[in-house]
Design a protein around this ligand. Sequence first.
Ligand code: 3UK
Length: 538
Amino acid sequence: MTQSFSIPTLGPSAHQDTFCRDNLPPLEQWPVLDMGPLDYGERINCATELLDATIERLGPDRPCLRSPGGTVWSYGELRAHANRIAAVLVEDLGLVPGNRVLLRGFNEPWLVACWFAVLKAGGVAVTTMPLLRAGELATMAEMCRPTVALCDSRLTEDLDRAAIPGLRTTVFGSTAPDDLITRAASRGPVFDDVDTAADDVALLAFTSGTTGRPKATMHFHRDVLAIADTFSAHVLRPEPDDVFTGSPPIGFTFGLGGLVVFPLRVGANVLLLEKATPDLLADAIAQHGVTVVFTAPTAYKAILAAGAAGKLAGVRRAVSAGEALPEPVWRAVHDATGLRIIDGIGATEMLHIFISAADDDIRPGATGREVPGYTAVVLDDAGQPVADGTAGRLAVRGPTGCRYLGGDRQEVYVRNGWNVTGDTYVRDTDGYFHYQARTDDMIVSAGYNIAGPEVEQALLGHPEVVDCAVVGAPDAERGMIVKAFVVLNPERTREVPAEELQDFVRQAIAPYKRPRAVEFCKELPRTSTGKLQRYKLR
Ligand code: 3UK
């Protein structure tokens, strides 16, 4: 679609280290910005807003972060820890505004304190996921050039092996005399937050890279607040008495939003889990009176399979994102608990969720509608809108959007001002968006377009199928055939032949979509954010 739009301008930066401004993509390649009613002014620090402003409204004593081990920090305590670490960053580690700080830790309170410290000091947070190894950390560092790292003492090995040039690493959680926490304890609890520009970069987030080389996305201080004031405020609608938990790492923006930004914006409480496999997650939800959960569709599936859906009884809001939520999973959770899972599609490029629905607005099987503040359209390959009911490329815009560090492949994601997510979607006449597949994962077999996830969903309806992935396999006659990789329930009491699964799919959806090849496996390849790596199966 072509339209005219104005090229954005930037306010005066508070960054002394100009790396981020220097590496923003060219302004004319940015997506169209639509702030709608959101207005953060020219200067805002998202850490001040999430922490100090919440304390100003609700007082310092409300419970903020806790961990299963028994740590409970109030909002005032988290702020004091963050302020003390900010002082160490500036006074001892030489941080100047704009420096990138690599953070490495599990989901636990000190990681969150470090994240706030970096932002208060005007630094740029680069939070990495614990699962990442030396090679991946080295690649990330090469791209974003951190000067300082704050690292959990249990996770130093891979960071050391990454041998990042010029990096000053400080460890937290050890017994060493120069441990970050010990050093921070000698500082005062007050820190004068850097008065950052609303459009100063606050964080760099790496894409999960289901296909290859990761890209770094750049997000501003105002973007961090915008995700709370769109998806969270209008769809999730949390309350100060909610208790949040979830499985995504804080280094994944799904986790950052759900476990830090959204709860703190409203003064709620967060249970941080270092290990959040589906069984541990379900237990923690039941034990700690959790009311708001963030996790991936596979976790809901696994909780159901383990017969643990009852543990979700106290949950008020359950969010699913990262991959499509199969309708049978939504229905099974609803049948077992009455809970209506909030599906939402988000992306690292967009920072968080832009299509979703909650409560009675949910249509099971559809991702939802535009989150207030975002506009979404479905485009054909030439960039023209398609009719409702027709599949095409999902394109969105709103207050957040894609800015790749160094403009790396920027024109692939942003076209004519739209963020093109790489997903094939159908919009229905009621404005609901129905996920089909990643555009690259559409299977063309004998002239038919087949969306792998639709076949996966059909297979998952079979009682003995616990996980599956459907891809196109090259075929001389048909171009491609539908091939299914299937994980069967290990506790099954009988054999399940491939033909039975093929027949099962043929009963559920159009017969031409049935898998012509079935391969059984023990588990499926996934990224560190839990996404299926279909390209590996191809
Ligand atoms: C896929 C979905 C169907 C889709 C993310 C919430 O997943 C997140 O970010 P990533 O950059 O991946 C983005 C891609 O993942 N996807 C995500 N959610 C859904 N597909 N239904 C969904 N509900 O292909 C998208 O383009 O890893 C999710 C919040 C923040 C995030 N970063």
